[in-house]
Design a protein around this ligand. Sequence first.
Ligand code: PXP
Length: 247
Amino acid sequence: MKPSGSLRLGVNVDHVATVRNARGGVHPDPVRAALLAAEAGADGITAHLREDRRHISDADIEALMRDLKVPLNLEMAATEEMLAIALKHRPHAVCLVPEKREERTTEGGLDAAGGHNYLAPFVRQLSGAGIRVSLFIESDPRQLDAAKSMGAPVVELHTGSYCEAAPGAPRDTLLKRIQTAAAHAERIGLECHAGHGLSYDTVGPIAAIKTLAELNIGHFLVGEAIFSGFADSIRRMRETMDAARSE
Ligand code: PXP
């Protein structure tokens, strides 16, 4: 872990497993990638165990829990099946995400405000087991307030729309929304993270938000690994984040 005040990088290894599963074998191994990521400067590893197991498998989670020396952030839907898995493994952190079978990736944030009564028992049980719970939400003060009211200590702001927006005014508007939400999180006493879709081009303005504690990045880093290697892509992302943070 870096000293407090600095920005942690969580590397998501889901898409190493996507490539592995394309052939149904054991290569490339997401656990090996996670160990390499930690050596290259990742402060933690993130893995999303989806209901349909399209990338990360139950065995991957077991191996990550066994072999990792850095914290594991388990992303999962708020379901009874996933809750039982989380309580069995007790990872450092769980990030609750919305999940639809037909989506290609996590498409929006959790409706923490509308789903308060459903989600609150998950937050309570996970927290009771000593797991740091975060809710993956849109940059909407109502959602942040709902996360706070159900006792989640952390929120992760969805940066997908910001990353997909055209550079210039459309992206700047969405950046402003993320900046405002991060400031609101600090005001109400939530640790604030961000992630989804971040690349070398889009990470700078997000990393510059001083109240963010952690970014979770996966798809871009795994894609870049084809061109420059996984360790190199992580080191370059780390440098880009640190440079933006120190401005
Ligand atoms: N954070 C959360 C909550 C996610 O669901 C994902 C995607 O699994 C990420 C971060 C990472 O997004 P990407 O793979 O686009 O970097």
